[in-house]
Design a protein around this ligand. Structure first.
Ligand SMILES: [Zn+2]
Ligand SMILES: [Zn+2]
Length: 321
């Protein structure tokens, strides 16, 4: 089966590896159809590492995955459209045992060295991490992974119709977090420093503005850009909650402001138990989510797509297999 390897920094190779015919008990075979390209795939392509995760041997890219079931499982029949959760936790540590499996130190997460990702024709995967997405297209279902981040953050926030929500950073995670907040009934505003991203948020039906147009303070602020934590804190209302989702914030937050305004700061890392909700919210907003599906490429185009930085022009790119 064809598989898309990141050989080393800046080099993508499509290789034919052995197909998997043996399906162990409790596993399901999936024909992969749609894989969304994420910032982390791009980062590994250009840098060969993210933090402590260093590419030391060729690795298959991709973790935002949907496909068609090739075998039956609990809630899935052969032919159903499915979304795949990319992280397999150990199931034994204290985090796994208390349901916070996103913090598992031994999680095996697609396309995080040395674990191979999902950009390959077939995957055999534990059925408990495969979700029925019947009624969606595989392109839509591949959004369940990035949508999960927003679901997890808004669930932790416990928001509702009484809350004013500001989302800082109008990239794909920011906008998907906005859908999740709106689904909870909250009043949502997005902001960014990039006018093209604001245009995408508006195309998805949200109120979105440049950062310097945001003067109000909000009950719940979600920092999704990885670059504007100080700004996000400054826009958090007294007694409010700040959620840090974006990676890469390097600034220091003002402890006096946090203390004197009694602001709660939350770190958000990936997600747990979110995929079924993510699939429901994608269904609910499928018309407004269309800007996420504007750019599709095939695996042969991925290398030039990366080299030419084409991803900068789109909210999301989906590789179709
Ligand atoms: Zn992702
Ligand atoms: Zn664990």
């Amino acid at each position: 089966m064809k598989s898309v390897f990141l050989e080393s920094r800046g080099i993508i190779k499509i290789k034919d590896i052995n197909d998997i015919n043996n399906i162990p008990e409790g596993f399901i075979k999936i024909k992969v159809k749609s894989v969304g390209i994420c910032g982390s795939d791009i980062h590994y392509y250009f840098n060969g590492s993210i933090g402590n995760f260093v590419l030391e041997k060729p690795m298959i890219l991709g973790h935002e995955t949907a496909g068609i079931a090739e075998s039956n499982a609990n809630n899935i029949r052969k032919g159903d459209i499915v979304a795949i959760e990319p992280g397999l936790p150990c199931g034994k540590c204290k985090y796994c045992k208390t349901g916070r499996y996103n913090l598992c130190p031994d999680v095996k997460f697609f396309a995080t060295p040395p674990v191979d990702g999902s950009l390959r024709e077939y995957i055999v995967y534990p059925e408990e991490f495969v979700y029925n997405a019947s009624g969606l297209t595989t392109d839509e279902a591949s959004l369940a992974e990035p949508m999960s981040v927003g679901i997890y953050a808004t669930r932790k926030a416990g928001i509702g119709p009484e809350n004013n929500v500001l989302i800082v950073g109008s990239g794909s995670v920011g906008i998907l977090t906005a859908f999740s907040a709106e689904a909870h009934g909250s009043n949502v505003t997005l902001c960014d420093i990039n006018i093209d991203k604001i245009k995408y948020a508006r195309k998805c039906g949200f109120a979105a503005f440049l950062n310097d147009k945001i003067h109000d303070k909000y009950d719940n602020v979600f920092e999704c850009s990885g670059m504007a934590a100080e700004f996000a804190l400054d826009r958090t209302e007294k007694g409010g909650d700040l959620f840090l989702i974006g990676m890469g914030n390097k600034c220091g937050l003002n402890p006096l402001y946090i203390t004197s305004n009694e602001i709660t700061v939350h770190g958000i890392f990936r997600y747990n138990n979110t995929f079924n909700d993510a699939i429901k919210i994608i269904k609910k907003y499928r018309n407004r989510i269309k800007p996420f599906l504007e750019k599709k490429i095939c695996i042969d185009d991925l290398d030039s797509y990366m080299k030419n930085k084409e991803y900068e022009k789109y909210l999301k790119t989906i590789v179709e297999l």
